[in-house]
Design a protein around this ligand. Sequence first.
Ligand SMILES: [Zn+2]
Length: 466
Amino acid sequence: MLLISKIALYTVVLLLVCAQAGNTLAGGDNAAVQSPKNVILIIGDGMDDHQISIARNYLVGARGRLSLDSMAHRSVVQVLTVDNAQPEKAVYVADSANSASAIASGSVTSRARIATSAGTDKDLPTLVELASAAGFRTGVVTTASVTDATPAAFYAHTNLRYCENPSMMKDALAYGRVPVDCSQDLIVNGGLGSIAEQLLSSDLDLAFGGGQKHFAMLGEGSSKSLLVQARESGFELLDSKAQLDKQYPNKKMLGLFARSTLPVVLRGQGGRGAEAAVPKQNGVSLPEAMPCENNPKFADTPSLKLMTEAALAHLSRESQAGFFLMVESASIDKQSHLRNACGSIGEVAQLNEALDSALLFAETHENTLIIVTADHGQAAQLIPSVSLYSNPDLAIYSPGKLFRIITPEGAVMAVNYATNDFVSEEHTGVNVPLFTNGVGKNILPSMLTQPDLFGVMSDYLGLDRQ
Ligand SMILES: [Zn+2]
């Protein structure tokens, strides 16, 4: 009896193994073996928990939930930065260039670097390069210029993020005051050229965002503009929202939808920003509270959701291996630098809507790892709209600038900016949140570093990291 049972069991197992092999060899219905693997990395630039809480309160109310909040798993990510002159020395606050470089390459580097090593200026292989070499399609989508620090760190290598186009390579000033020298990256010196030129020579299948101004000029040592060079090297050029509805099979795509950063969705009433509280004889006069309003400049700008959906359609079309896509909501950060809380809120909304599209895509593409995270913290802090210590006889107020918002649920939310008195606020050094879908639940630890995140994504795609 025992022998007969064992034979029966072996027969069943053998039949199951044969059925499995048959499906695999015949390309049958065993989707788990056959289907492509995709990674969608969504970066909220500067999106720490303050920015998420501020946006949640405004968009869905204090008791509401964003799509972000319903992800299967949540971790925290340590942001690591080193000093350029002494790479063994820690720096506690990052910029978007070094933090995106850490996520894209797995190496900690110094501020302003685009996938190059601190001190030694060596090129660090990136996820886009490794994934392309392994047969995956790749793309970057952003609300900033496609040459801005976050997307650039995934496909380019320079010692300074400011070298976005041929005119910024040397004897140039960033922000009108910071000297720029990328002369070692000039093509004439054996380098890879500006970030815009590196995008054209990269393996990217698509790049959507702003930044027309960086491609409107002549290439280094060339009589042709970078736009002409882009077309000649196989890119379909897009500059309007309507063009995103069409399909461009077998083409690379370069969509540039604004001269520089894309306009944001929301702004303060009448364009008002944060203002200082004014002490008076009895207490303090706070800036008048206001609702957010639609930014008229956004008008025909493609939303991050629309660009993400077009990218997903293009990258997944007849895809064999799968793809790596980086999606950035850039102006959570940029509007926080400018002390515009409504601008940042609208950009978190854009990220959340793009995430909805990614989650919908993953419902029908099972091996799709979705990760949402931030590159660093930002200045905006959610503080009491009325101080706990308020007293009519005392002037108690924040020394920074206040943006007081009337929320749709009828309360007042006070957002404070107090990292400096300069025209631009600073980043902060807090660890940042990470959210992932069910695919990432068991491969992302509850706490990791940004270089660890590179490891998780490259291991998921089976990339050779050497
Ligand atoms: Zn920033």
